[in-house]
Design a protein around this ligand. Structure first.
Ligand code: IPD
Ligand code: CA
Ligand code: CA
Length: 256
């Protein structure tokens, strides 16, 4: 059953990518949600509507937790639950027409079965889960090469770095430097490809659900900034790191 769901979602994501490329050539409406940098576009809503309609048609029993259209309160704790961020990096999408991702995860009774992180413009579809391994466009990828802090870069949310939340600058100082993508999904892609050692942000469940399921297959550990499990309900401080570096990263963030 999981394989059937995985295969169908993969085909729906490929299909909706073609639609997004066409929509990018047209004018689409952009609305503010809570402020001028918190946007939703007609494309965010159309992508979510497309995926929700497919799930409802093929798997009417399944529940959905999704960012837009008032679907953002569903619990993942019991039953079959899909978690969707239709466009992750909406600000990039609206301003740059680039650097955004589609994120989809599937949970059964609170356990992540598989996730998809789709870098739409590069056409890189990462997928994975315990029974699936981790793949890029259908080809297995290996766990990341272990590195020291001084051998790599870290992704940090720009606002958290500016405010030095949780002494995040002390952690950054251990590394070669900081990079900011503006899309949690693309930060996960960079982690999977060994381009980042870790990533610190404040995220909602639909931002981290798919990426963390794949990351478990590739040698990463993740939690809130105190090292506690994520709640899959609210906006939370979030850290993910190569597992060999994760304990020290948590120690640094909580050292004062
Ligand atoms: C946002 C992006 C951003 C992260 C924010 C998210 P959205 O997602 O992933 O990088 O810093 O916390 O809300 O709103 O573009 O889907
Ligand atoms: Ca998002
Ligand atoms: Ca979004």
């Amino acid at each position: 059953m999981n394989q059937n769901k995985f295969n169908l979602m993969e085909s729906w994501l490929r299909e909706v990518r073609e639609k997004i490329l066409a929509w990018l050539d047209e004018d689409f409406t952009i609305e503010e949600k809570t402020g001028r940098s918190d946007l939703v576009t007609a494309v965010d809503k159309a992508v979510q509507d497309f995926l929700v309609a497919k799930i409802n048609t093929h798997f009417p029993e399944d529940a959905i937790l999704a960012e837009e259209n008032g679907m953002d309160k569903t619990s993942i704790v019991s039953g079959a639950v899909w978690v969707i961020d239709p466009i992750d990096g909406t600000l990039n999408f609206a301003v740059q027409h680039d650097n955004f991702a589609i994120l989809v995860a599937y949970y059964l009774d609170g356990t992540g079965q598989f996730g998809f992180v789709y870098d739409v413009m590069k056409n890189k579809l990462f997928s994975g889960g315990k029974a699936f391994g981790a793949k890029l466009n259908g080809k297995l990828i290996e766990p990341v090469k272990k590195r020291t802090f001084s051998e790599g870069l870290i992704g940090i949310n720009a606002g958290m770095y500016r405010r030095n939340s949780h002494q995040v600058a002390d952690l950054a100082d251990q590394t070669l430097g900081v990079r900011v993508n503006g899309s949690a999904g693309l930060e996960f892609c960079a982690l999977f490809e060994g381009k980042l050692l870790g990533y610190v942000s404040r995220l909602c469940p639909w931002d981290y659900a798919a990426g963390t399921i794949i990351a478990e297959q590739l040698g990463f550990s993740y939690s809130d900034l105190d090292g506690q499990p994520l709640d899959y309900q609210s906006w939370q401080p979030f850290i993910i790191f190569q597992s060999s570096l994760y304990p020290e990263a948590i120690t640094i963030l909580n050292s004062n």
